[in-house]
Design a protein around this ligand. Structure first.
Ligand code: KG4
Ligand code: ZN
Length: 405
């Protein structure tokens, strides 16, 4: 099957065309063309995504991206004129009897969760195409997409591999922070989530307080990494001076010293760390940074890096601690970490420790941590197969900002 997938839930407009075959536990995919247009530059002055602007940009980008993607995918060596009433027109403008319906078999589009004005642009566009080309249209859940992004690749072929169940997915993005339990394949139970801000949102807001650009995750992570390495180096010198063993093989008493040396003088709270459930809270952590900055007054680069490190440590501690608790309680065999914040190196390293040697740990490749249409296509195809090729009436497909898994 050839699938065209569209993603417009936030500030990335993305279109993919790929081939897919196989069942829901052994599907094989081949990417033909994969394109996206980030709107980050446009939203920078607002310090976050401005929905009306996102909608306008998606409307502008979609036809251009579709044309580019169709061209790159070389479907039937022909260039399809998207909104003409003819079936298809080739590069030289000659009419060919190449029905797009024969070139694309299924369209998948994100229906939620996300910003509703942004989601609608993708849905309306997909509906128009599906009608013109007489192709079935399937809605896809953005969060399910993030889970399945771990199987994807930036280009070429890839497979959905059989995972040992139960699996646990830590989904961390600008809009969500969830722990999702999968006891059966493609059946989800949200066992924990944020009660206020998403972790990515906290990264973005703290970054803004530190004068770093939107989106804030990469900037904070870079500063934190600098500070962490600097402190580690200092600890190494300390250890070399005081012990004959190398830092890696340092005795427990020294290990304790390493972690306290890494956490600098600034201390931030780890909200809900010891709550009896699997929920998170990041609003208090963000406010703690705000008060800290207010109390310090003028920030210099050194203090900024210290705050970045302690904030990243605090946020990651909360994510990792609750994930570890859930791994233990549900006897998890596969651990998935996905969504924009899954690009964070410190989070990746700490989750490696949670997984150890016995639990299979999966992250998306770095190019698929952020929003993309490939993940939408994967779950569109899998659900199409799972539902025995039944799709909802196009009229019933709606944008649902808070769509749940
Ligand atoms: O999944 P995503 O691309 O979009 C949403 O669905 O929200 O996630 C975007 C979020 C932003 O908040 C961004 O700051 C965060 O992911 N992010 C990071 C990193 N890279 C992106 N957070 C922490 N560390 C990173 N390296
Ligand atoms: Zn996302």
């Amino acid at each position: 099957m050839r699938i065209l997938s569209i993603e417009t839930s936030c500030d990335d407009t993305a279109v993919t065309i790929f081939e897919a075959r196989g069942g829901i536990r052994d599907a094989v995919f081949k990417i033909l063309a994969n394109n996206s247009n980030s709107q980050i530059k446009i939203h920078i002055p607002y310090g976050g995504v401005f929905p009306a602007l996102a909608k306008r940009e998606h409307q502008r980008n979609l036809p251009l991206l579709l044309e580019k993607t169709l061209k790159e995918a070389k479907l039937g060596q022909s260039r399809i004129q998207i909104f003409s009433n003819d079936k298809a027109v080739n590069v030289r403008g000659e009419r060919k009897n190449l029905s797009p319906a024969k070139l694309i078999d299924l369209i998948a589009v994100t229906s939620g969760p996300g910003l509703e004005p942004a989601l609608w642009t993708g849905i309306v566009f997909a509906k128009e195409l599906a009608e013109k080309w007489s192709v079935p249209l399937i809605p896809a859940n953005h969060m399910e997409g993030h889970i399945f992004s771990v199987f994807g690749k930036g280009k070429g072929k890839f497979k959905v591999k059989k995972l040992k169940l139960p699996a646990l997915a830590l989904l961390v993005s600008g809009g969500h922070t969830q722990l999702v339990l999968m006891k059966k394949w493609m059946r989800y139970e949200i066992i924990g989530e944020t009660v206020d801000d998403a972790v990515g949102e906290a990264f973005d807001k703290v970054a803004r307080m530190l004068g770093l650009p939107y989106p804030g995750g990469p900037g904070i992570s870079k500063l934190a990494e600098l500070q962490r390495n600097m402190l580690l180096k200092r600890t190494d010198i300390f250890l070399l001076k005081n012990s004959s063993c190398s830092p890696r093989r340092a005795p427990k008493s020294f290990q304790k010293h390493i972690s306290s040396a890494q956490s600098s003088e600034i201390t931030l709270p780890r909200p809900m760390l010891h709550s009896k459930n699997f929920n998170f809270s990041f609003s208090g952590l963000k406010t703690a940074v705000l008060y800290l900055i207010r109390d310090i007054g003028k920030l210099n680069e050194k203090i900024k890096t210290q705050i970045a490190l302690e904030f990243e440590n605090a946020a990651v501690d909360c994510l990792v601690y609750k994930s570890a608790k859930a791994v233990e309680k549900y006897k998890i065999k596969t651990l998935i970490v996905a969504g924009g914040v899954a690009a964070n190196s410190h989070l990746r390293n700490e989750m490696r420790k949670v997984a150890g040697k016995k639990i299979k740990l999966l992250f998306p490749p770095k190019e698929l941590t952020a929003d993309n249409s490939l993940m939408i296509g994967i779950v569109g195809y899998l659900n199409y197969i799972k539902n025995k090729k039944r799709v909802p009436q196009p009229d019933s497909i709606k944008a649902t900002g808070n769509l749940s898994l």
